[in-house]
Write a protein that binds this ligand. Sequence first.
Ligand SMILES: [Zn+2]
Length: 71
Amino acid sequence: MRCTHCGEGGLEPGFVGDFGEASRGFARWVQGALERGIFGGARLMGRPKWEIEAYRCPSCHHLELFAARRA
Ligand SMILES: [Zn+2]
């Protein structure tokens, strides 16, 4: 895999952490545009959620994100 920003190889695997209360520790990609509920939080009911793989370029620090697995 090569960086789509600078073309460097050797991207480092990782993920986008989520350290909020009641979080499982990783952020997820949610299908569909953001809609907020009455308390301002995102509406998540019935929305497909995907784990996010994040590869970091060691040269320019660009992140390549992939939503590869249902979460
Ligand atoms: Zn790069």
